[in-house]
Design a binder for this molecule. Structure first.
Ligand code: MTE
Length: 323
């Protein structure tokens, strides 16, 4: 497992949620036309998302899907916002220019090593993955821990299918994931502010839930670099930071794996990270959110609205302790 800080500068508490998120608060409220409501809002709100980022060329498939909704009737978030307002700290902490900074990231060739407590360890090339696993379309609500959300039409396949290929042994209890570490194209990793590579993890039963996807595309287009090309995790009932991007390694392990955010600030970013309006982040409420493209806050749903599918995973657990 990766060392906690890889010899880089110690992480100051202020850096845990970047200052620009706070600095942008007034700008955001002003653009949303709700400056007067500022005091009533949570401590952390998103920057205004550009919904028409001129650097993004809209593929033709976007128009075909644009009238669709999720199962609760929520319209899809615009392609330009999904690809123009991203979190990918290996490039930058500025959500609005990840797309430009990630332009030189060409994830080809690519392979994903799947190893650890499995009977059949394998390294899959992206071509193997695309051939072996039928790509499905799934429209998911995604909720960022910072208080913004989107509705995204993903293309991908259940992680369960890949795990079945490698046959986890009976000792395997968790799944650990690792993002590529490419300092020559990912300039953000050279700042020493975060202990990259980005690591995430799920309990094995969470990983086997049908909602948990490995995504290779969105809006029927291959993933763009800024969204985690060529393959990323999507776990829609958990805060977005669990949905690790540009995966190169998946290991089956016995103990709860280290994850980047949970290691830096366990009191702020729990291992489970289930969307839960009743469990506040220590510095802001998680009761409401801004859906990108909308101009007023909406209530956040317990388990992001997926409780029927995932509640069984947490029976008997105190979710204020296992947040
Ligand atoms: N994965 C990596 N490797 N690096 C990151 O910085 N950010 C996470 C998650 N996966 C992140 C990551 C966070 S905080 C969120 S909200 C989602 O990616 C955002 O995904 P999106 O930019 O495609 O909407």
């Amino acid at each position: 497992m990766t060392s906690k800080n890889q010899g880089s500068a110690p992480i100051e508490k202020d850096e845990i949620t970047p200052k620009h998120i706070y600095d942008s608060r007034r700008k955001f409220l002003k653009q949303m036309g709700i400056v007067g409501l500022g005091a009533a809002l949570a401590g952390c709100v998103p920057e205004a998302a550009s919904t028409s980022n001129p650097t993004q060329t809209e593929p033709t498939s976007v128009a075909t899907l644009s009238g669709l909704t999720d199962e609760l009737g929520n319209p899809l978030t615009d392609y330009s916002a999904i690809t123009g307002y991203c979190n990918f700290y290996e490039f930058t902490t500025n959500k609005e220019n990840v797309d430009e900074l990630a332009e030189d990231f060409v994830p080809d060739p690519w392979s994903v090593e799947v190893s650890g407590l499995v009977n059949k360890p394998q390294t899959f090339s992206l071509a193997d993955i695309m051939e072996k696993f039928d790509q499905q379309e799934r429209i998911y609500r995604m909720r960022c821990v910072e208080g913004w959300s989107m509705v995204i039409p993903w293309n991908g396949f259940p992680l369960r299918q890949l795990l079945e290929e490698v046959e986890p042994t009976s000792e395997a209890k968790y799944v650990a994931f690792q993002t590529a570490l490419l300092p020559e194209v990912m300039d953000g990793v050279n700042s020493g502010r975060f202990p990259f590579p980005y690591l995430e993890g799920l309990r094995l039963d969470e990983a086997l839930n049908d909602l948990t996807l490995l995504a290779t595309g969105l809006y029927n287009e291959p993933l763009r670099p800024q969204n985690g090309a060529p393959i990323r995790l999507v776990v829609p009932w958990k805060y977005g930071f669990k949905s690790i991007k540009s995966i190169v390694k998946i290991s089956l392990v016995t103990d709860q794996p280290y994850t980047m955010w949970n290691t830096i600030a366990p009191q702020e970013y729990g291992f489970y990270a289930n969307v839960n309006p009743d469990v506040d982040h220590p510095r802001w409420s998680q009761g409401t959110e801004i859906r990108i493209g909308e101009n007023q806050r909406r209530d956040t749903l317990y388990m992001n609205g997926y409780a029927d599918e995932v509640d069984y995973l947490y029976s008997g657990m105190d979710l204020t302790v296992y947040y």
